[in-house]
Write a protein that binds this ligand. Sequence first.
Ligand code: F6P
Length: 365
Amino acid sequence: MAGLHKGDRIALLTSGGDAPGMNAALRAAAKVGLSLGLEVLGVEDGYRGLIDGRFRPIDLRELDDNARRGGTVLGTARSKVFPTAEGQTRAREQIIKANLSGLVVMGGNGSLTGARVLSEAVTASGAPFGVVGIPASIDNDIGCTSLSIGVDTAMNTIMEACDRIADTALAHQRIFIVEVMGRDCGYLAMTAGISCGADVVLTREGDKTDEQIIDQVMRAVEAAYARPSGRRHVLVIKSEGVRFESGALKTAIDARISDKYPEVDTRVTVLGHVVRGGSPTALDRLLGSRLANVAVRALHAGDSQLMAGWAIPGQTRASSRWDPHVTLWPIEEVLTETARLHAGSHDLVRWRVRALSEAEPVLYL
Ligand code: F6P
């Protein structure tokens, strides 16, 4: 694809689950685009807005004000129409009508799948349409990037919540089961669990039966109630993807402890969407800004069908020329790697499962 020229028009779009740091990434994308002489528009409400042709001029003041906030000023959606042939035709028509030369898509797996679909789009002059993706999802389940926008903030939110829960758990000598978001990826549960010293971390990738989970929690219970009274509590962090429902786990644990520990209570806290909101951490703002910088410069240079990913240990692909920590990966490869992460066949998932099982007896010491 030929590079873009002064006055060419690009658009920014956020899609799927919002992630803290998206606004900082939008600010950086807009400023870099403008500095390169491009005209920058925002698409409202993700692919839903693209289909409807809802574009708006970028307001730098709004972006400056909101870079410190969670959510996305552009709005986001999980469009049901875009994945259909009709939705995609309408999106391609709107791209021509708005005279767009390129698009930056920020989001997770579904959003990047949408970005690949737009590779068939053309500009008003019939030239290939440029699309570059930026990984943004608190789940950290996207391939070809070691971090996605929003993960660090979500991890810190879980850690703060668990620290608070630990205060009351200790005061009452209770067992707490804290359920955290992450869809089918246990990354948030695992990293937050280590950060806040949980006794048990349960992930879907661990692939344990209900009985194995109960036994694991009971081992932590036995260890905890053998400690001196100032250290008697159990913190279980459970990823929402674990099939054993949190309420059912509580019931099972209560049944097992009722004779030996009749005074011990079990409580369940589901953190839910609390984990997805809030002011982005410095790391998420920086990550968003650096990924966006490379994404827009790549689009400007004429690259397309790529995603800007954060450095991966041992990666063989060269870094981008604009930032040694950011690498541009073919979206096709990103989606293949993401599918392997979701299926559990990726080396990284195998390592996480192994590391967690090795950590199990360490956690409840
Ligand atoms: O993918 C991000 C995420 O927050 C997941 O962790 C969660 O399972 C899902 O989105 C919730 O989606 P929704 O906001 O549509 O309920």
